[in-house]
Ligand binder design. Structure first.
Ligand code: ZN
Length: 243
């Protein structure tokens, strides 16, 4: 692991942290891509996590996401999640801000204590109707095929499937935080999947300091990253935050 200097928050007003599956591996949750990745080992499952499947065979959606929901419920935040919650507390105490934009659907940032979290891909522990406008609701059960008690259509996990776009309000919050940030961290993600791939460029255009932290950063990394720290999130992030 590289020698890491702790962040000096007094020189940064506003921080954005983009996180991906790599930050939750130490919590026992498997990544999607790379070694041991769900999509890497079972590429057929990519076709399941789609809007087509939701229409054709909604039970298959639950066969995929039901066990993932149970795994997320059983997982605990690790040292990286906890350090990021501390980063937000310190930023707020200095009159600044820290927003986590996460591609993860596991809810571990909030459970670690982060309060400003944009879940750009939704949340596993929430369900919504596949047809009517009933508001999404907290739901941690691993269903076979639940039906909406208002309209009878199949429920679905409140996550962004392939073929769908992030929620407009979530994207708006993410963009507003990126416009204002002067420090951008990407953790446990290559940052190569849209829309996350554009986030670092926006931060960089704004003049933010940009740091990529990943166990296996792309070679070469996006030129928008000024610094790259190679290592496990749970090792690097606590040192960077200085906890
Ligand atoms: Zn409904």
């Amino acid at each position: 692991m590289n020698a890491i200097a702790p962040l000096d928050l007094s020189s940064h007003r506003s921080c954005v942290v983009l996180t991906g599956a790599g930050i939750s591996v130490a919590s026992g949750l498997r990544p999607y891509r790379g070694a041991g990745g769900l999509w890497t080992e079972r590429p057929d499952q990519i076709d399941v996590a789609t809007t087509d499947t939701l229409v054709r065979d909604p039970a298959a959606i639950w066969r995929l996401f039901g066990p993932m929901r149970a795994a997320a419920r059983a997982a605990r935040p690790n040292a990286a999640h906890i350090a990021l919650a501390e980063l937000e507390r310190r930023a707020l105490s200095l009159g600044g801000a820290c927003t986590v934009i996460t591609q993860n659907v596991d809810g571990l940032h909030q459970r670690a204590g982060s309060t400003e979290v944009v879940e750009i891909h939704g949340r596993l522990a929430r369900s919504r109707c596949s047809r009517c406008d009933r508001p999404p609701f907290d739901d941690t059960s691993a269903h076979d095929l639940p039906l909406c008690d208002r309209c009878g259509a199949p429920l679905r996990p409140d996550v962004v499937l392939f073929g769908e776009y992030p929620d407009v309000d979530d994207e708006h919050r993410a963009k507003r935080a990126l416009r204002e940030c002067d420090l951008f961290l990407a953790i446990g993600t290559s940052g190569t999947v849209a829309p996350a791939s554009s986030y670092v460029r926006w931060a960089e255009v704004n003049g933010a300091r940009t740091i990529l932290i990943d166990i296996a950063p792309p070679d070469p990394p996006s030129p928008a990253f000024r610094e790259v720290l190679t290592g496990r999130a749970e090792d690097v992030v606590p040192v960077l935050v200085g906890v």
